[in-house]
Design a protein around this ligand. Structure first.
Ligand SMILES: [Fe+2]
Length: 347
């Protein structure tokens, strides 16, 4: 045994680590790294049909959820990136997901079906395809499906971050489903589409008071921007869903964007210290991530790891929803954005 090894061994016994043993340290520090990945809708959707037919079908299967696991992370993370959890959830006609709340902030992005509603803190929120719904941390919520076809949505949560901070909390409500005490959620037209706000007292909450963002509004905004040539060279026609009272992100831990690309659009490459999960609404294209092309089509989900070079290519007119952990980084000056020195990656 060398003197170095003997010293390292003695320090290990004292639960201390020699910082000069950097080869070992750099490998172990920072934990596992998420990788780029595409979860394909055409492969995952049939698995729901199979799941319904199993013994898991029927009462007690309120949580028919398929978690999206990033292959770069341990299975125990069950996460799409190191900070964001992504899942597909199916709810069948007549089903109720029991009322509960948790310290995880969550959002739903509807992929298929209509007729289900979520009650969030007493507000009834009806869901149509590609609508975005917010269930901020510790807001009571339940889901009820009164439609005729199965509904599927994408769930996005900040679970890995909250768990890392050891701030997990989960409670079931005494009553199974929540009765709405407001018949419908406030939508965009309540919040300054006209440049005016109704004369209610304005709270400056870190959570958006608007709990639903209709896709019909996002789609028109994207189409207008593309027609007007108002295109960001990195993100295409891009809009952020915002808290209408503050102009800030919709929730303190997650930011949401809608993006659109004309057919043939090929963006410049950029990398950010934030990570993202994208859900394709329509079209067909690819995201080039760290030099590798990841092809996608409708309802596919794509993981963009932190600090990976990303550029978008649209083979046909395309739109996507992007969920980002950017708000986690900003308060600490940790969000860094870098444009590729050559414009695009070589791939
Ligand atoms: Fe929940």
């Amino acid at each position: 045994m060398t003197d170095d090894d003997a010293l390292a061994e003695r320090l290990a016994e004292l639960e201390a680590i020699p910082v000069w043993d950097t080869r070992k340290l750099s490998k172990e520090m920072g934990g596992p790294r998420a990788v780029a990945h595409v979860w394909r809708w055409d492969l995952l959707r049939p698995e729901f049909s199979a799941a319904i037919k199993t013994k898991l079908a029927g009462p007690g299967t309120e949580r028919r959820v398929i978690l999206l696991h990033n292959p770069g992370l341990p299975k125990s993370y069950a996460a799409a990136t190191h900070t964001l959890n992504g899942a597909l959830q199916m709810i069948l006609p007549g089903e109720i997901a029991p009322a509960h709340r948790h310290s995880y902030a969550a959002l739903r992005f509807v992929l298929e079906g209509s007729g289900a509603f979520t009650v969030v803190n007493g507000v009834r929120v009806d869901m149509d395809p590609f609508d975005l719904l917010l269930t901020p941390a510790m807001f009571w919520h339940s889901h009820t499906h009164v439609g005729t076809e199965p509904m599927v949505w994408f769930d996005g949560l900040d679970t890995p971050f909250v768990t890392y901070m050891q701030a997990d909390a989960f409670e079931l409500h005494d009553s199974r489903s929540l009765e709405p005490h407001n018949e419908s959620a406030r939508e965009a037209h309540d919040f300054g589409n006209t440049g005016m706000l109704a004369g209610r007292q304005r709270t400056m909450s870190a959570n958006s008071p608007q709990l639903i963002y209709k896709w019909s509004v996002a789609r028109v905004s994207i189409e207008r921007a593309i027609s007007a040539g108002s295109i960001d060279p990195f993100d295409g026609a891009v809009f952020e869903y915002v808290n209408p009272h503050t102009g800030g992100h919709v929730m303190p831990t997650m930011a949401c964007y809608a993006q659109g690309f004309a057919s043939g659009f090929h963006s410049l490459a950029r990398r950010r210290t934030s990570s993202s999960v994208c859900v394709v609404v329509k079209g067909r294209g690819a995201t080039i991530i760290d030099g590798k092309r990841y092809e996608w089509t409708e309802k596919d989900v794509i993981a963009e790891p932190a600090s990976a070079w990303c550029e978008y290519v649209a083979y046909e007119p395309s739109m996507m929803f992007r969920l980002s952990d950017q708000p986690l980084l900003e308060p600490f000056g940790l969000l860094r954005v870098e444009d590729h020195p050559d414009g695009r990656q070589s791939s």
